[in-house]
Design a protein around this ligand. Structure first.
Ligand SMILES: [Zn+2]
Length: 201
């Protein structure tokens, strides 16, 4: 998949059905990611700087990039998530990768539909991009349902159970492959997917 296809890999939230948005989080820079003219544009400035002196990178579908000034940036992570379901959950100090990768007691009552795209820039003007992590975390009043996918290690992790149950009530399964999340368009489909793994585990 080229960079634009990666950005549109999931277009709507599996939880609420709303449009997914691009976002970036970094402690040192203020970044914004947008798709314009069939390219991914990342614009940013260090927090100390005036935004008019900003850095701009343009990533093209053919795997090449341009930037407006010499900037020693070789790696970006772009997040695609549903703003509606994750409002207030990502702050500057939040470890978003953790929210994407893992489940813990603290994440049981979170809702999150998100994935991350990693871009590695080469000096010759080319770049490599791939989806690194993907998650759907959902809960209702009684139960939680999580699927986390780690594409680096080609593993997936499933957790479900009662929100206020004992830890022994939690169904937890490590899977040695990447679960196809792209075709999960609703929470009913997520529950069904988890149910199938539960049945055969
Ligand atoms: Zn949503």
């Amino acid at each position: 998949m080229n960079i634009i296809e990666l950005c549109k890999y999931r277009e709507t939230c599996a939880i609420c059905g709303k449009q997914m948005k691009l976002s970036m989080h970094d402690n040192l820079f203020t970044f914004a990611a947008n798709i314009a003219d069939a390219c991914l544009t990342i614009r940013g400035a260090t927090l100390a700087r005036n935004l008019s002196k900003e850095i701009q990178f343009v990533f093209k579908p053919d795997g090449t990039y341009t930037h407006n000034k010499q900037a020693n940036l070789r790696f970006f992570t772009v997040y695609v998530n549903c703003i509606e379901c994750t409002t207030g959950q990502f702050s500057k100090n939040d470890n978003i990768i953790f929210h994407l990768k893992d489940s813990s007691i603290k994440t049981l009552n979170k809702k999150l539909c998100a994935y991350s795209i990693e871009l590695s820039l080469n000096k010759d003007g080319s770049f490599v991009s791939e989806i690194s992590y993907e998650t759907i975390k959902f809960h209702d009043n009684d139960f939680f349902y999580h699927i986390n996918v780690d594409r680096h290690n080609e593993k997936s992790y499933i957790y479900s159970g009662r929100l206020n149950g004992k830890s022994t009530d939690i169904f937890s399964l490590d899977v040695d492959h990447v679960i196809n999340m792209r075709n999960l368009h609703s929470i009913e489909m997520v529950k069904k997917k988890i149910g199938i793994y539960n049945l055969f585990s």
